[in-house]
Ligand binder design. Sequence first.
Ligand code: PHE
Length: 334
Amino acid sequence: KQHIEEAKAFNDKNKEALEAFRIKYLGSKGLLKALFNEFKNIPNDQKKEFGQVINTLKAVAEEKVRSLQESLESGADNAGKYGDLTRPGMPFAVGARHPISLVKNQIIDIFSTIGFNVSEGPEIEDDWHNFTALNLPEYHPARDMQDTFFIQTNPDVLLRTHTSSVQVRYMESHKPPIRTISPGRVFRNEAVSSRSHCIFHQVEGLYIDKDVSFADLKQTLLYFTKEMFGKSKIRLRPSYFPFTEPSAEVDIYWGLKTETDYRITKGTGWLEIMGCGMVDPNVLKNCGINPEEYNGFAFGMGIERIAMLLYQIGDIRMFYENDVRFLEQFKTSI
Ligand code: PHE
């Protein structure tokens, strides 16, 4: 009903506007009349052309007025067609990027600035690319570190447990120097809780060249943490990964200013964000790269973990529930 009222109001308004238009141009004292009055002042040799032009103008204007009158007469519902064009439009429902994508893109941007490209690989992997080539032969106890979803055993087909498998594929198909990061979805047979999930995302990085040092690794990571978090204090704690030697866990100094800082750093101010190390010579050999000639470093981090830190998200499960109340909060992010 309200719509009809509004439409009628438009209709009346438009009829008035149309009548004003008609009087201004086609009225007995209108602008066209004035042009016709000019006719007598036009030089004879131009009279024909001038006459044609103003006659056409008159015909077009009359036709326009006539058709507008007709459509306005044909009902209020039609009025919207020539409605008030200054009225605000209908809002578009704009989507938001998922926070995992936002953080992934940010990581890609940071590393591409220093020459890393992006490589991807399959989520369904074979034993070689996920384990054996990475210096985890069969029966290696470290395989238990990563609870694996097997699709088939012997020969093993599985869901990749990390994107290190992409690094293996990349080394097999490219010659050094190599600078690549491998973002992607990974799978681990773990109990789902607020802190861990059986599906999550990683970005792993690989740098292979001549005479790469541990200092190169540390400086690269420092650059990353500065760009990503605005924090420039990191520490590397000795750790173990079968595919790197030496290996380390990277902590950033998060601070102890707020209650949240206390909670997420367990009161230490330090926060673990990724694993890293110098690529084990066995891995290079397995991938057809001569370890006498080349060496390098690798690192890997969980995207969810970083997104949880940046956006203060308390439960990893929120990423996968597709609750619009959660997703909508990322609308303004790029
Ligand atoms: N692949 C390791 C993981 O998934 C992370 C890592 C990558 C560690 C590269 C060291 C070097 O936990």
